[in-house]
Design a protein around this ligand. Structure first.
Ligand code: B12
Length: 492
């Protein structure tokens, strides 16, 4: 059996990092971990190939080779996924689709031959067994959450790793919190399920043996969802694994209560983590109550962020405007919060109701639901009717982006962050692409860019005041360029 795994293209969005990737001559931020994992679950004698259309083209001869196309996608990849399905239909190849887009909205894909939904650990064996018997159904679903200690290691060797900026690895699925707008609990449950430390060390060993020295993204929904297992099993194993190695800095996603646990932060830094994405959402207590984000309530959020920075973990933050409790003062409050906290990478979006969320149900019940979500929560669109007038909301949203990504405020924020941040302990791995990116930044940002004055100020300030953080300062300058391009393209 010949299986072609296909990953559709991401549009040019905030998280695509497309404009920044050009500096380091990479084609995509992260690999399609779902497909690599699914590939590892297929019978060993089946032939598998991967086409990630973010890296290269899907050619007619790839489709002619395949018996089946296995397709995975998020909502944001919908258009490209649609094109792939159409091409498969034309070429007469059977399509098997899974992953968040199809699990959330199967009704929109009536022409897909087999929808193998939810987590493949449960549904794929069902499909494969029926296929062998010649009676494969069209839809496979489950309401169970599998034990991921049985999940095989992703098949990294299917990738052309040199084209990616980071590799991904997954330790846990699920999140103990239940924010109204988030679909993680619907997709993966509230009880975090973890892999064993041995599984993760095995996966890291495999990446290391393949020569990978770049960043590794732990794609957990909330890395600190099960602190006990982290402190007693995973982090000690990672700290030991890291001894004598250079490169492979880790980043992940976690809830803000990370700031309350010095020991946990210290262990994470020792293990090689240097960045963590945190859902901050809003400084407004009423809006936090509205969306049931109680882990963010009743605390000094700016101080929490700074505590994490001082421990040696850079916070990337998610922010939302358009809650029912938001008044027009929220826009300036968000700007002030982002600037003061020194969160350089601030993903600000309008409140959207993804499929399967409690917010989706509530909006439907209140007759406030519009066409399906775009899947990109940073494109200034929303699928709900907000309480504030949509024009005021859009204008305020634009103002936030205009300001926080203006060269002056962006570079000021980088400096605030670098002042607080404890330099990482990971041995630096010098990649030629990063050295070239440095020279490209001098040309694109320091000579021809509108930000040149701010670039050189940061350049010399970091060189003299925070020399250990110089590579990070240049990286953040390049990120700023990307964020500005995306905002100009889509929102402003
Ligand atoms: C890593 C990640 C990213 C990476 C992308 C990495 C990449 N190249 O794929 C980055 C940071 C770029 C990213 C960005 C975004 N992401 Co994202 N991301 C994730 C995250 C945290 C992990 C994905 C992952 O690798 N999982 C591990 C693998 C093993 O799981 P999996 O892909 O789901 O695959 C399993 C099953 O789904 C199934 N399966 C998957 N594919 C297939 C295919 C077949 C044929 C079969 C049979 C089965 C199958 O089997 C696998 C094993 O069980 C998920 C949350 C999550 N837990 O999944 C969100 C998630 C996928 N992202 C989401 C969103 C909304 C986004 C963003 C729009 C913004 C945001 N707020 O995060 C942007 C859009 C991307 C862009 N470029 O514009 C949503 C998607 C919702 C949806 N229905 O589409 C998720 C689910 C998070 C959420 N809270 O809702 N993301």
């Amino acid at each position: 059996m010949k299986i072609l795994l296909v990953y559709p293209e991401f549009p040019d969005t905030f998280w695509s990092f497309k404009h920044a990737l050009k500096f380091i001559r990479k084609r995509a931020g992260a690999p399609p971990l779902g497909l690599l994992t699914v590939a590892a679950m297929l019978p060993g004698d089946w032939e598998t190939r991967l086409v990630d259309t973010n890296i290269g083209h899907l050619r007619d001869r790839d489709l002619a080779w395949a018996d089946y196309v296995f397709l995975s996608a998020m909502v944001v990849q919908r258009d490209s996924a649609r094109q792939v399905i159409d091409r498969c239909k034309e070429a007469g190849v059977t399509v098997v689709a899974g992953g968040p887009l199809f699990t959330g909205d199967p009704e929109s894909f009536a022409d897909v031959d087999h929808l193998v939904l939810n987590e493949a650990e449960i549904t794929l064996p069902m499909f494969l067994a029926d296929l062998e018997q010649g009676c494969a159904r069209r839809v496979y679903t489950t309401s169970e959450f599998p034990d991921i200690q049985q999940t095989p290691a992703p098949r990294w060797e299917l990738l052309d790793m040199r084209r990616y900026a980071t590799m991904s690895i997954q330790f846990s699925r699920g999140c103990p919190y239940d924010c109204e707008f988030c679909n993680i609990t619907t997709l993966f449950g509230r009880r975090p399920r973890t892999k064993t430390a041995e599984q993760i060390v095995g996966e890291l060993d495999a990446l290391y043996a393949l020569g990978w020295r770049g960043g590794v993204f732990f794609v957990d929904d909330n890395f600190i969802g099960n602190k006990k297992v982290l402190k007693q099993e995973l982090l000690p194993a990672l700290i030991e694994w890291r001894q004598g190695k250079t490169g492979l800095p880790f980043n992940t996603e976690a809830s803000i209560n990370l700031a309350d646990d010095d020991e946990l932060m210290h262990m994470m830094v020792q293990a090689g983590f240097n960045t963590v994405f945190v859902g901050i959402e809003t400084p407004d207590e009423d809006s936090l109550a509205e969306c049931n984000k109680f882990q963010n309530r009743g605390r000094n959020l700016v101080e929490s962020v700074k505590t994490i920075h001082r421990a040696g973990l850079q916070v990337q933050g998610g922010f939302i405007v358009g809650f029912d409790h938001d008044t027009p003062s929220i826009f300036q409050r968000q700007i002030d919060f982002i600037q003061t906290s020194g969160i350089v990478t601030a993903m600000v979006g309008l409140l959207q109701a993804p499929y399967g969320t409690r917010l989706y149900q509530r909006m439907e019940g209140e007759g406030r639901l519009l066409e399906g979500p775009s899947g990109d929560n940073v494109d200034g669109s929303t699928n709900i009717v907000p309480k504030m007038s949509i024009d005021t909301l859009r204008a305020g949203y634009k103002r936030i982006l205009n300001q926080i990504y203006s060269p002056r405020m962006y570079y000021e924020r980088v400096k605030t962050f670098l002042q607080d941040y404890q330099p990482p302990q990971i041995g630096l791995y010098l990649d030629i692409n990063y050295i070239l990116a440095f020279f490209r930044s001098i040309y694109r940002l320091g000579i021809t860019g509108v930000e040149r004055l701010h670039y050189w100020r940061l350049f010399f300030w970091t060189l003299f005041r925070r020399p250990k953080l110089f590579p990070l300062a240049i990286t953040l300058a390049i990120y700023g360029y990307h964020f500005r391009q995306v905002c100009e393209l889509h929102v402003l």
